[in-house]
Design a binder for this molecule. Structure first.
Ligand SMILES: Nc1ncnc2c1ncn2[C@@H]1O[C@H](COP(=O)(O)OP(=O)(O)O)[C@@H](O)[C@H]1O
Ligand SMILES: [Mg+2]
Length: 256
């Protein structure tokens, strides 16, 4: 049954800013092992939808359910602890510590969660090994000892992914992960997202503008338009739907 694999669900999720409804009664369920691309024009409400899910914003109406539990009333930090992975903003990092230390601290925080006696059995060197393995995966091994504040934009984005991997979340949320990255850096992140889908059997939500990226990675596309869910389905099907052609893709396809 498909329902058994659902990790995250929003029901009637809505937020109003003054008179403007930025996210409008969005009901959607996301399953393990499925990468859902979230598309829509600028200002459609994609980032706001993420903020409502991760707890950066409080919903005006509706609920967010993670692994069967209503988390709508919980602060962002508790949602993170329950398995909701959102790329850390750089302000959450320790800029004066090294790349390695930042990753190690997140691995350690994850292990200490709940003060499980057995988690204490994991030695310091095991935590360090895990941090190093993650840095290798995101192609930051050579920069392990660099201070975070000195990293290039592209390397900072890689570190954000490293920190999310260190959290081992059930749900990975990426909001335009390659924005501002160079042509040779972006594939590192995209390959990594594909790998996360395969290896972690995770639920992945990806806000992305580039159609070639969506075609390569997405199992499903949902379209937000004026804050509302305008289409939802298999990529080929959604891309040819009238609403998408008009609202979003028509212009891009014409441009290609
Ligand atoms: N904190 C806020 N206060 C007021 N309006 C906001 C706030 N956050 C987002 N909005 C508005 O909500 C709408 C959706 O924005 P956003 O979610 O950033 O769109 P997208 O990510 O799809 O480009 C926009 O009209 C934006 O101006
Ligand atoms: Mg956005």
């Amino acid at each position: 049954m498909a329902g058994d694999n659902i990790t995250l669900e929003t029901r009637g999720l809505t937020i109003r800013f003054g008179g403007h409804t930025a996210v409008d009664k969005v009901s959607c369920a996301f399953s393990r092992g499925v990468l859902t691309a979230i598309v829509g024009p600028n200002g459609a409400g994609k980032t706001t939808y993420f903020n409502l899910i991760s707890g950066q914003l409080k919903a005006s109406e509706g609920t967010v359910i993670l692994n069967g539990r209503d988390i709508t009333g919980l602060p962002a930090s508790q949602r993170t602890a329950l398995g909701l992975g959102r790329a850390f903003q750089l302000t959450n990092l320790f800029p004066s510590l090294s790349v390695f230390e930042n990753v190690r601290l997140v691995v350690q925080a994850r292990e200490k969660k709940g003060f499980d006696v057995f988690s204490l059995a994991r030695s310091h060197s095991e935590l360090a090994d895990e941090a190093n393995a993650i840095l290798k995966r995101v192609h930051l091994a050579e920069l392990a000892d660099y201070q975070v504040s000195g990293l290039s934009h592209g390397d900072q984005r890689k570190l954000e992914v490293a920190l999310m991997l260190a959290m081992k979340p059930a749900v990975f949320m990426f909001d335009e992960p390659t924005a501002g990255m160079s042509m040779d850096e972006a594939p590192v992140i995209l390959d990594l997202i594909a790998e996360i889908k395969e290896q972690e059997h995770a639920t992945i939500l990806l806000v992305e503008h580039k159609m070639d990226v969506i075609r390569t990675l997405a199992d499903r596309i949902i379209v937000l338009h004026n804050g509302a869910l305008a289409a939802d389905g298999e990529p080929a099907e959604v891309m040819k739907s009238a609403v998408v052609q008009e609202a979003y893709l028509g212009r891009e396809i014409a441009d290609v």
